[in-house]
Design a protein around this ligand. Structure first.
Ligand SMILES: [Zn+2]
Ligand SMILES: [Zn+2]
Length: 273
């Protein structure tokens, strides 16, 4: 059996109120899939009741860490269970997130702009979908420039809002300007396989964007964004092949917030069904 190399690097817990299954069930699926571990990245607690119906409350943060630590003990020697976070970014959140990220020895922190959150849309949607899509890319670049995150999650998820107005060709000059800033910031971007389940049924981001990411030497991480155990490492093989088709020969992951690059050929060989 070839060596276990990969992690589920984007997964949730019931604390966010829209995911099911305990981390131990995700670890069991990870073991079946030939993964080395799981990095639990539940949605960050936020101040002022920001979208509180889809995330843990600030006072549940210790419960989150305890759940991960308990699961790590139970799976020690079989599947690594590591603490991470999917942190919501929009301008003004910098100091909240900086403090939050210091509260635990996180291995990996995803930075997410979530345009589907109604509080976000209320702030940034002015009735013009093209402007909304453009503004999302400016915010992704701002997120990268904060230095708070390791990788930017699902970096074209905005196409599911106002999808009839989404046009990647028209938007490409703005996307490329954002990618130039992201490359300069030295952060990774995520290929997220859960896009296949959304309104626009393709992984996030779309291949045309992956090629622009590759041209700029921005590393890419891989995650299934599992909100239920059976989706751990879902479509990883397809995602890795898509990265290859777009010119990548390595996929990246973060441990102790340090990037590691893995040959995609080795990553593919390590997976089990
Ligand atoms: Zn979620
Ligand atoms: Zn997300």
């Amino acid at each position: 059996m070839s060596q276990r190399l990969l992690y589920e690097s984007h997964m949730h817990t019931p604390l966010c109120k829209h995911a099911e299954g305990l981390p131990g069930e995700y670890a069991a699926r990870a073991e079946q899939r030939g993964l080395k571990g799981i990095i639990v990245t539940c949605h960050s607690p936020m101040p002022d009741h920001f979208s509180e119906s889809v995330r843990m409350r600030p006072d549940q943060f210790n419960e989150y860490l305890a759940l991960i630590a308990k699961t790590a003990d139970e799976w020690r020697g079989r599947v690594e269970v590591l603490p991470g976070m999917e942190s919501d970014y929009f301008p003004g959140m910098e100091s909240w997130l900086e403090k939050l990220h210091q509260r635990a020895p996180f291995h990996y922190i995803l930075g997410s702009v979530h345009p589907q959150i109604k509080e976000y849309a209320a702030k940034y949607f002015n009735g013009d979908w093209h402007e909304f899509h453009k503004g999302y890319y400016n915010q992704l670049a701002l997120a990268a420039e904060t230095g708070l995150f390791d990788s930017l999650a699902h970096p074209d998820i905005v196409k599911n809002q106002g999808s009839e107005f989404w046009n990647v060709d028209t938007l490409m000059p703005d996307i490329c300007r954002a990618l130039d800033r992201i490359a300069k910031a030295g952060i990774a971007m995520e290929l997220n396989t859960s896009g296949l389940l959304k309104v626009v049924k393709e992984m996030n981001p779309t291949p045309a964007i992956i090629r622009e990411i590759q041209k700029r030497g921005i590393p890419m991480t891989l995650g299934a964004d599992a909100h239920e155990p059976r989706r751990v490492a879902d479509k990883y093989e397809e995602g890795l092949r898509l990265l290859q088709d777009c010119g990548f020969n390595k996929v990246s992951l973060f441990l102790n917030r340090q990037r590691q690059d893995i040959a995609i050929s080795d990553a593919l060989a390590s997976l089990r069904h």
